[in-house]
Design a binder for this molecule. Structure first.
Ligand SMILES: NC(=O)c1ccc[n+]([C@@H]2O[C@H](COP(=O)([O-])OP(=O)(O)OC[C@H]3O[C@@H](n4cnc5c(N)ncnc54)[C@H](OP(=O)(O)O)[C@@H]3O)[C@@H](O)[C@H]2O)c1
Length: 364
């Protein structure tokens, strides 16, 4: 499709390797894959045509600038994202490249500011954040109440565990809060024990957490109310997180191993699953709902990152710094997800005649 060079930082990690595979499948013929041990990439991606493996260390400004030089777009799949912030984005823009980040979120977006010149920078291009802010737009509309549940039982990588531990404070969201009547209402929800939201294969503990992405979604859609829950298969992860956040911030790194172990505990008794479900409950008649299922949210985040990079290369996104959920087309992304083997199912149900969301979305 495109002969411009795409440089994928962290391109042989859990998220990045899938992003690279998908970009290759979407016919991007020139992909530079970088990290501190590029030989690892050869083993994982050596079968793909047009791959160039390259040494890069984000901590070494010279190697980072060399990695970005000549690229049309830099896709950042390295982590922990909340330590990298805007370092890679700045190097990419300095090299004249567009930028896509599978995470980054508000802290990286704010650190970069809006000065991207004629280039595009897109943050939060994964599953959560990413699809969690994008796909509910297919079913919800102004004035609706929207309920979102996301989570399950999956393995956790150290980079992801570190990001979860760092994700504390108003830049990330607020526990026990909901959005109602145009504002965040603090301490207005309580944890729900052993509930079974639609699409989940077992009862879960649902913890209310209104992320900044949810606030953006609520504002942009002008919904009347948004309840956002993170779903856990057991108490292992929430207990470990509560201990870590109560401890001295200096020792948070010690909890990376405990958190990855907690995720493994969940998988001792069940197969991996991950569900994103959004529902607009109806006062009378049928509700609208959307359910996405996968057993690998990491690799699916790589798919979303690759689709976002593709949208930028195809000039579907205007210049400036954005969040993926605000600028991607939910219909296009839902259609691409339906074709992707990492999506076990994506179902959308809307009552006949519903005006909500993007009505061109195929129903199944
Ligand atoms: N939005 C979402 O839904 C979502 C979902 C999952 C993950 N994420 C985020 O995606 C990021 C990656 O997660 P992951 O699970 O793919 O992690 P991972 O498997 O550990 O991969 C990280 C990659 O980055 C590279 N890397 C790390 N530090 C580097 C440095 N200093 N310089 C150059 N390369 C470096 C690693 O290679 P070397 O160590 O060999 O350098 C590896 O290739 C994390 O920030 C995570 O929070 C977002």
């Amino acid at each position: 499709m495109a002969d411009q060079l795409i440089a994928v930082l962290g391109g042989y990690g859990e998220v990045g390797a899938t992003a690279v595979r998908r970009l290759s499948e979407y016919d991007y013929g020139r992909i530079r894959v970088g990290g501190r041990n590029p030989s690892r990439g050869r083993g994982l991606l050596g079968d793909l045509p047009g791959i160039e493996l390259s040494y890069v260390d984000i901590e070494d400004a010279g190697s980072l600038q060399d990695f970005c030089t000549g690229a049309h777009l830099v896709l950042n799949c390295a982590g922990p994202s909340y330590r990298i912030l805007d370092t890679v984005a700045r190097a990419a823009l300095k090299a004249g490249a567009h930028y896509v980040d599978v995470a980054g979120d508000v802290p990286a977006h704010r650190a970069l500011g809006s000065t991207t010149g004629d280039r595009v920078a897109v943050f939060s291009a994964g599953l959560m954040p990413g699809l969690t802010g994008l796909l509910p737009r297919l079913i919800a509309d102004s004035g609706d109440r929207l309920d979102i549940h996301v989570g399950g039982a999956v393995r956790m990588t150290p980079a992801s565990a570190a990001d979860i531990l760092l994700a504390q404070g108003p830049d990330f969201g607020e526990s026990l809060a909901r959005w109602r009547g145009g504002a965040v209402v603090s301490r207005s929800l309580t944890p729900l024990r052993k509930v079974r939201p639609a699409g989940f294969p077992e009862p879960v503990d649902a913890m209310p957490f209104l992320p900044t992405e949810g606030i953006r979604l609520a504002e942009e859609l002008d919904v009347a109310e948004l309840r956002f829950y993170t779903a856990y298969a057991s108490e292992a992860i929430p207990t470990t997180l509560a201990m870590a956040w109560a401890d001295d911030p200096e020792f948070r790194d010690d909890y990376v191993e405990l958190l990855t172990q907690a995720a493994k505990t969940d998988l001792r008794e069940r197969d991996p699953y991950y569900v994103l479900t959004a529902c607009v409950p109806a006062i009378t008649g049928a509700s609208s709902s959307l359910t996405l299922r996968t057993d690998d949210p990491y690799r699916l985040s790589g798919v979303v990152a690759a689709l976002t990079a593709s949208a930028v290369v195809q000039e579907k996104i205007g210049c400036g710094a954005h969040f993926a959920d605000s600028v991607l087309d939910p219909d296009d992304i839902a259609a691409a997800l339906r074709r992707d083997p990492l999506v076990q199912s994506l179902t959308i149900q809307k009552p006949a005649g519903s005006a909500a969301g993007h009505t061109s979305a195929p129903q199944n």
